[in-house]
Write a new protein. Structure first.
Length: 447
């Protein structure tokens, strides 16, 4: 005897609620920069926990789709949710992962899970807004110290970044596209440096623009882009790559406009004055590296209890990079190896404390972002040295990709050695196409 429509109605409502919960979880994770693989698996964990198996998730940067095909022959269900919020909040990210982990253990009823998710989305940020603006400016200050600027340069970089951020916020309130917000922020950051050079200030003025650029570079999207590509999520990886391209294009455009105008007005800009980080383990450079990491962590709303581990990670990344440089390892390879070290130990630590690995790894790679190469490339292009400028910009792009690949490589080494819950639950599509998977399948057939 088949169930009546009235009997099926509560079941259908529970299916809709579970799928809606999974979609909201996926939106929060994707908006915070999680990889497509992690978002997909987490959504399926939620639906499985509340009795809706056999779901398929399709994730891209703007829309998440979730489909359920019942095995009893009833009508399939498909739902979508647009991803409108793209601002990272690692405090909420940790809370969502905690909730999903408890739900997977069947210890959280559906009503309680929905209430907890509403509470997570409405919770007060870990830091007030003025503190976040200060943290963003401290990224620039610390980066300027890292590349050889003094304390006066750090103050100038701080002021330039605050000015650029407030201008961007003013434009955002008026509905101006983010591309132009970043362009204006980069223009103002480089303008302060140009003015200091114009008045012949006795400081390393170019370090100001390098610090301001580092504060704008997309470290989080770079890692997620490479991670999606390695996992075989090529559509989302391509979307993230275009996102990175437009962010970099906005920053480059802002710097280029200011430098071109300055050169036309006779400001004595020279490539020889572009700062470079003193690649020795000096206390001020180490302090700058730690400052960049902690400031990045605060800007990403990492909870206070994880700031010290993140700072240690940033110090380790810089130390490894400097040591490799002293052994005459090429810059891009040294960057990749340093990022892999952070990916390995950062993932191991976060697995132990049960938080997403990006809470530690993303802030820690801030010290290795290619701000100097990007500024040098734009200055060379503005001075008419097209070939040299293209080479510097290519080096900046290669360094960025090396950072993302290195972080993922470290995590993959840990996965290969110890395995993970993700490996046990699902084998990623890219892994299914590898020789190792074919060998495992063949061995199973022979058995």
């Amino acid at each position: 005897m088949s169930a009546s429509p009235l009997d099926q109605a509560p079941v259908q409502r529970d299916i809709y609620r579970a799928m809606g919960l999974a979609l909201r979880v996926g939106e929060l994770l994707l908006g915070s920069g999680e990889s497509t693989e992690t978002v997909t698996v987490t959504m399926r964990r939620v639906t499985n926990a509340y009795g809706v198996p056999h779901c398929e998730a399709d994730v891209n940067l703007s829309v998440i789709t979730l489909s359920h095909v019942p095995t009893d022959g009833s009508a399939p269900v498909t739902a979508q949710r647009r991803v409108r919020r793209r601002l990272p909040d690692y405090d909420r990210l940790i809370a969502v992962h905690d909730m999903v982990r408890e739900a997977s253990g069947r210890s959280v009823p559906l009503d309680d899970a929905e209430a907890r998710l509403r509470e997570i989305t409405r919770r007060v940020p870990a830091y007030p807004n003025w503190f976040l603006v200060t943290a963003l400016a401290l990224i620039a200050s610390s980066a300027s110290i890292l590349v050889g600027g003094g304390w006066s340069v750090a103050v100038a970089a701080f002021c330039a970044t605050v000015l650029g951020d407030r201008a961007s916020a003013w434009l955002a309130r008026r509905g101006v596209a983010e591309f132009f917000q970043l362009t204006v922020a980069a223009m103002l950051g480089s303008l302060v440096s140009v003015l200091m050079i114009a008045i012949d200030a006795p400081v390393q003025a170019s370090a100001v623009v390098v610090g301001a650029v580092v504060a704008l570079l997309p470290g989080r999207p770079m890692v997620a882009c490479v991670q999606d590509g390695i996992a075989g999520e090529y559509v989302t990886a391509t979307g993230r790559l275009f996102e990175i391209f437009f962010i970099l294009a906005a920053v480059v455009s802002g710097i280029g406009i200011t430098l071109y105008a300055a050169i036309r007005l006779g400001v004595p800009l020279r490539v020889e004055n572009v700062p470079g980080a003193p690649l020795v383990l000096r206390p001020e450079q180490f302090l700058g590296a730690v400052g960049v990491t902690v400031s990045f962590a605060v800007a990403l709303l990492v909870p206070p209890r994880y700031l010290i581990p993140a700072a240690i990670g940033g110090g380790v990344a810089w130390t490894v990079f400097v040591q490799l440089h002293s052994w005459q390892v090429p810059t891009i390879l040294a960057t990749a190896v340093s990022a892999a070290v952070i990916g390995l130990f950062g993932t191991a630590y976060t697995r132990h404390v049960k938080v997403p690995s990006m809470v530690i790894t993303i802030p820690a790679i801030g010290t290795l972002l290619p701000g100097t190469a990007l500024y040098r490339g734009m200055l060379e292009v503005s001075l008419g040295h097209g070939d040299a400028g293209a080479s510097s910009l290519l080096q900046a792009l290669s360094t960025a990709l090396a950072l993302g690949a290195g972080v993922i490589l470290g995590a993959e080494i840990l996965r290969a050695v110890t395995g993970s819950d993700l490996t046990k639950r699902v084998l990623r599509p890219a892994a299914r196409r590898t020789r190792g998977s074919a060998e495992r399948a063949a061995s199973g057939i022979h058995r």
